[in-house]
Design a protein. Structure first.
Length: 329
């Protein structure tokens, strides 16, 4: 079930490395994380009932002391956290991670011999044997939904909260505005929640039952994937006078290319693992082209990371942007 980190697709590994490097480098991150010198451990493919191929990779973050819940109700200890990385736009790039809990696959191991892990909900994972029989799950099993419409309605169905006008009230500028109160209909809701009769019924009905939820999830993830694509195409901004750390995916060599290569001091730190490349850019507003390519060469592959230097005293407009973990920066 588990494979070495090096067997995970290169783009997935880079996404994980970028996210974890951000966590470790964040001054607001727990002190124990910054001092633990975390590294990547083994990886587990994670599936989803509506997708044929691997939907996610659960990548272990070794070097951390985490909690391992057990079926008996007590809590053991593990030596790894995890980060879950999507393989495509069906979900956000990094939908789940924890520095305090053992990986879902390790938790499922406590329930029996697991051959495959499936993600069913935000925090629900199931483990099956080689025949596809359910061994157990962690988190709340998503319910069976009856009466789900074929598409989202243009207006709220009966039974949902609506607002209606009440007495007028004053506003800050002295004008009067209508107040609002909440009214609930007593009509029955059209969607009913029941339990799945079997694991087979759940896996067969998953795609149809949750089609609207899965579609909404992919729509919500689209913006973050656009950011990922823009970063890969045009590069990531690094500010002049600051330090930017790049985690290598394995032992390797590097070179800098591009018009801005001479404006960056680079140092490869081999120990402790993973190897890290420390970039120290310096440029002022007189520099027209600050684009830099970092070429990383490994035993069995190569990757190119693109950056551009944001010069000293460069004008900027503050605004919300998405970080590698989906949070707003």
């Amino acid at each position: 079930m588990r494979v070495p980190f090096e067997e995970v697709p290169l783009d997935v590994r880079r996404r994980a490395a970028r996210a974890v490097a951000t966590l470790v480098g964040d001054k607001l991150s727990p002190t124990r994380l910054r001092k633990a010198e975390p590294r990547f451990g083994e990886a587990t493919p994670v599936y989803r009932p509506d997708l044929r191929d691997i939907a996610y990779w659960e990548i272990e973050i070794a070097g951390l002391s985490t909690a391992l819940p057990r079926p008996e109700g007590d809590t053991g200890r593990a030596e790894q956290g995890f980060i879950l990385v999507s393989t495509g736009a069906h979900d956000v790039p990094v939908p789940h991670f924890s520095l305090d809990l053992a990986p879902p696959s390790r938790q499922l191991d406590e329930l029996g011999s697991i051959h495959r892990v499936l993600k069913l909900d935000a925090l629900c994972y199931a483990g099956v044997d080689r025949r596809g029989k359910l061994i157990g799950h962690i988190g709340s099993m998503p319910p069976k939904l009856a009466g789900v419409p074929r598409s989202l309605p243009r207006q709220l169905p009966a039974g949902h909260a609506t607002s209606v006008a009440t007495a007028e009230r004053g506003t800050e500028d002295g004008e009067k505005a209508e107040g609002q109160r909440i009214k609930r209909s007593r009509e029955k809701r059209p969607i009913k929640l029941t339990e799945w009769r079997s694991w087979e019924e759940l896996t067969k009905g998953y795609a149809d039952t949750y089609r609207l939820h899965l579609s909404a999830l992919a729509e919500r993830a689209a913006r973050q994937w656009e950011t990922e694509e823009l970063t890969d195409t045009y590069g990531e901004g690094i500010h002049s006078g600051t330090t930017h750390t790049v985690w290598l995916l394995e032992e390797g060599e590097f070179s800098l290319e591009g018009a801005g290569a001479e404006l960056v001091r680079a140092e490869l730190i081999a120990e402790p693992l993973p190897p890290k490349l420390v970039l120290k850019p310096r440029a002022d507003v007189s520099v027209e082209d600050t684009n830099v390519e970092v070429h990383l060469r490994y035993a069995n592959g190569e990757e190119v990371l693109r950056y551009f230097i944001v010069p000293d005293q460069a004008p900027s407009t503050a605004g919300a942007s998405l970080g590698p973990l989906g949070e707003e920066l």
